[in-house]
Design a protein around this ligand. Structure first.
Ligand code: ZN
Length: 479
């Protein structure tokens, strides 16, 4: 098996990640450079992410719809910052059906413009507001440096687009969705993200304010894992989204947009994985339990398989995602490694002895070796497994949170900040000037990640220039 081991994280984190994505069969490289094929196991994980988010969106009054992949080029040009931000990454169709198109079509990099144009048609009166629409789909951004899940030419995501009658509602919506992303990340994915506000230079092209959830990966780089934007009236003015308010005055609507993508799979991999492979949080894992029958002789086979089937049925009845690995061409040891690589949270081993004694052996993915093993009676298997899965979920979050906290430094001066961001994040006062941000980026390659929503009470002095600063910001190298 030694040839098959992943490059250890300590040796080369990036290499570890690339190998893991391929070998766990989450995704593969596509024939077009920079594109990704999401394989069934990766897609099953994405489906669970979708379900967890979709449920939250609908609970807060949102509905799903589908808008076209193609957007007239002129639409993007209507919002100046938007087109400037996205034009280097656009894929543009100029020929259709063998003929040169009168107007080039952009393959959507995001859908504010086309949805804005439809909203201008649908919204006439304050009674038409708010509109709370989400779309699940794919977008294309022509990235030069790509990495599976983290940055690919085409990726899958959801994008929410809402329109409101006043500024306050739109701002509330922006923060509500940030809260939903935070809740999803922490409670479903066990990824302890930090929610906050993006700096002006890091915000979405065309937004007044962008908010983000930032996660710390095991190499301590930050990963922006979901964003929610307050767009003010920028897009409603560009697309003429106007309505008559209660006093019959024509007003521009206030809009928001928010998105979370397949990039989040990268966050899960790099938050929880170890040198054996993936470790999936039970709530999102496509398979929560893998049953491995241990067959020493042919006589064992039928009794062991019968017990395995019985346990599988009980777990399925309890709503647990479970499978029996009944392959005969590979050894149990091979199967253990294989499912560890794929990050299945819990393994159940059943051998002839277990059949006799009415027990099974469980092995937790998050705790290697004997420490994670437990002999449990078959009697209350479903309840025991449920508790184990909950405990794994909890311990993954605890582990990731303590890793994150122990890698955040509050530096006392600029030199200490420079030191800190070699091995973690800095959290320091910043005057919020672009000059300081630029200096930081040039000298350290680190960027401001987010200003937390509830900052410690200021003022202080900017860690970069020493001038007065109101708020603290997280600073880190990022993906
Ligand atoms: Zn400064």
């Amino acid at each position: 098996m030694s040839d098959n081991k992943l490059t250890p994280r300590q040796t080369d984190f990036s290499d570890w990640y690339n190998q893991l994505v391929i070998r766990a069969e989450l995704a593969d490289y596509a024939p077009v450079r920079g594109c990704m094929v999401v394989r069934p196991y990766g897609w099953a994980l994405w489906e669970n992410i979708q379900q967890a988010l979709d449920k939250r969106f609908k609970e807060t009054g949102h509905v799903n719809a589908a808008f076209p992949l193609f957007i007239p080029m002129s639409f993007l040009e209507k919002e100046k910052e938007h087109v400037e931000g996205f034009s280097p990454e656009l894929a543009i169709v100029t020929i259709g059906g063998g003929e040169k198109l009168e107007e080039p079509l952009v393959v959507r990099p995001t859908s504010e413009t086309i949805i804005g144009s439809m909203y201008s048609k649908w919204i006439q009166s304050y009674r038409d507001l708010p509109i709370l629409i989400n779309q699940w789909g794919n977008v294309v951004r022509w990235e030069l440096r790509t990495k599976l899940f983290l940055r690919t030419l085409e990726f899958y995501w959801q994008e929410g687009h809402t329109a409101h009658a006043n500024e306050q509602e739109a701002r509330e919506e922006t923060l509500r969705m940030l809260q939903i992303y935070t809740d999803f990340a922490v409670n479903e994915a066990a990824v302890p993200v930090i929610p906050g506000i993006k700096s002006q230079s890091e915000k979405f092209a065309g937004a007044i304010m962008s908010t983000t959830i930032e996660a710390m990966m095991q190499d301590t780089r930050a990963l922006q894992s979901g964003t929610s934007h307050f767009l003010g009236q920028n897009f409603s003015k560009a697309f003429n989204i106007q309505f008559l308010d209660e006093s019959n005055t024509l007003q521009y609507a206030w809009t928001t947009s928010w998105g979370l993508s397949t990039r989040f799979i990268g966050a899960i991999i790099m938050t929880h994985g170890d040198d054996q492979g993936l470790i999936l949080p039970p709530r999102l894992a496509p398979l929560q339990v893998i049953i491995v029958p241990i067959l020493k002789t042919d006589q064992d086979a039928s009794a062991v398989m019968q017990t395995a089937l019985k346990i599988k049925m009980e777990l399925l009845d309890a709503g647990i995602r479970v499978k029996i690995d009944d392959r005969t061409e590979v050894t149990p040891g091979y199967k253990f490694n294989d499912w560890e690589l794929r990050g299945v949270p819990l393994r159940i081993e059943i051998g002839p002895k277990d059949v006799q004694q009415g027990t099974v052996m469980t092995a937790r993915r998050d705790k290697p070796g004997r420490e994670g093993k437990e002999n449990i009676p078959q009697g209350q298997i479903a309840e025991a497994v449920r508790l184990l899965l909950e405990d794994i979920q909890r311990s993954l979050l605890e582990r990731a949170t303590s890793f994150r906290n122990s890698h955040i430094v509050e530096p006392k001066d600029y030199d200490e900040l420079v030191q800190a961001i070699q091995t973690g994040w800095g959290f320091a006062y910043w005057c919020e000037s672009e000059a300081c941000e630029q200096k930081l980026k040039e000298e350290t390659k680190a960027t401001t990640r987010c200003i937390p929503l509830d900052p410690p009470s200021g003022p202080g002095t900017c860690i970069i220039c020493g001038k007065r600063a109101e708020r603290k910001v997280y600073i880190a190298k990022s993906y």
